[in-house]
Design a binder for this molecule. Structure first.
Ligand SMILES: C[S@@+](CC[C@H](N)C(=O)[O-])C[C@H]1O[C@@H](n2cnc3c(N)ncnc32)[C@H](O)[C@@H]1O
Length: 411
């Protein structure tokens, strides 16, 4: 393995840093008018509050480049150092039959080929049997099996996806089975064997945590996992996998687990505009309800379909007021209120940039929990990036290989 980082040490540093600043990254500018950190960093708060919505949008994906007052820069450098992970991403040069990539959107295929390429680098033994976990049609497993000639087993609960995958595997004359299994059940776990190399591209929270637990139980030889949707877990709070992370002071809620996922703005312009409008109107309603009720607290607002916004701002507020048993006043200056909503939205988005600095470090904390769990179970582990962020923001790859006993040579 080519990655000398000491995961336990890095985890310790990250854990202490995240615990120290938890009131910063847990702050919710959308629902809190005053954030806990503003008192300590008034210059930063005033600067962010004075910026426009467009400036916040621009800074969102380039936080390191933002020249904000301290401690923004200092936190940004710390976040970068603590999230440093080697980049294994290389554009594949090999060619393959068209059938392998048929019907796969371009970006997805690029993820798959890079995943396949990067996953081969971390193992000392050649894979013997691929097992694709939550395989969909099994595109990733099929590419790997086609490249190396090993058998392939795909576990997927959607029978139609399996049927389509089976047809594709047969057309390429691969030794593949696509099984209708719910990977959260023991019947699926019974499929796992020590000669399996498990691969999972973008398996959600509990699905990939179960993969790791069951792979360890079955003693699977190798694992290549790219996790996503850390917040899709059973229960309200995160239950760490590793002994090390179980000792942490951080008790992560589902909401906390969603923070690493907030980095992307992949939506089209129209849906972004609608999302902004809906948020600005909710924030305007929030300003109004705090003044009317005299309670300086956010009132949750029900999610509304796009059509509700077609009725206009006053009707939108009226619906929300009715929902909470409040009555709108005839004397309200709606134009002024709406522009206060937009003003609040600009402030919210700019203030959120501070929490944004902690997105990647929190994701690395979660990955290191997985890495340490596998190390504790006797695996050799490495962590890298398999694709650039523009191909997928979930671009971490965790590679693990069970340590094999070295044969004792006779003297
Ligand atoms: C995000 S997709 C990833 C699919 C594939 N790995 C890829 O990258 O194209 C998640 C897949 O997991 C499958 N899935 C979700 N829950 C599952 C479960 N409990 N058991 C088996 N498959 C499941 C879904 O049907 C879907 O095909």
């Amino acid at each position: 393995m080519d990655y000398p980082m000491d995961y336990a040490e890095r985890f310790q540093q990250l854990d202490a840093w995240l615990a120290r600043y938890q009131s910063v990254w847990r702050a919710t500018p959308f629902t809190q008018h005053k954030l806990p950190w503003e008192q300590d960093w008034p210059e930063l708060a005033t600067w962010l509050r004075s910026r426009s919505l467009a400036e916040a949008e621009q800074a969102h994906t380039q936080l390191q480049a933002l020249h904000a007052p301290q401690p923004f820069r200092e936190l940004s450098l710390q976040a970068e150092a603590l999230s440093q992970i080697p980049d294994w991403s290389v554009a594949p040069v090999q060619s393959w039959p068209e059938l392998l990539e048929r019907h796969i959107p371009g970006r997805k295929w690029q993820q798959i080929t890079r995943f396949a390429q990067a996953s081969q680098r971390g193992w000392s033994q050649p894979p013997r049997h691929w097992l694709d976990w939550c395989a969909g049609k099994g595109h990733l497993g099929r590419l790997l099996a086609w490249q190396g000639g090993q058998p392939l087993t795909c576990l997927e609960q959607d029978a139609q996806l399996n049927q389509d995958g089976r047809a594709l595997s047969q057309a390429l004359q691969l030794n593949a089975q696509h099984l209708d299994y719910d990977v959260m059940t023991p019947t699926a776990w019974n499929q796992l064997r020590p000669d399996h190399s498990l691969v999972a591209l973008h398996a959600c929270g509990q699905l990939h945590m179960t993969l790791l637990e069951q792979a360890v139980v079955a003693g699977c030889a190798q694992i290549a996992l790219s996790p996503c949707c850390y917040n899709r877990i059973d229960g309200t709070h995160y239950r760490p996998l590793s002994q090390r992370a179980r000792q942490s002071r951080l008790h992560l809620s589902k909401r906390d687990l969603g923070l690493p996922l907030q980095a992307t703005h992949t939506a089209g312009q129209r849906s972004r505009r609608l999302r902004d409008q809906s948020m600005a109107w909710r924030l305007a309603f929030d300003v109004w309800q705090r003044e009317v009720t005299g309670r300086d607290a956010y009132l949750p607002t029900p999610s509304k379909p796009e059509s509700a916004m077609g009725q206009g701002f006053i009707a939108f507020c009226n619906d929300l007021a009715q929902h909470h048993g409040l009555k709108l006043s005839a004397s309200t200056d709606w134009t002024a209120l709406e522009s206060r909503g937009w003003q609040r939205l600009a402030e919210v988005r700019n203030l959120e940039l501070v929490g944004g600095l902690f997105r990647r470090p929190l994701e690395v904390w979660l990955l290191l929990d997985r890495a340490l769990f596998l190390q504790e179970a006797g695996y050799t582990v490495s962590l890298g990036l398999f694709a650039p962020a523009h191909l997928t923001p979930r671009n971490f790859l965790l590679l693990a290989e069970e340590k094999t006993e070295q044969p004792i040579t006779s003297l």
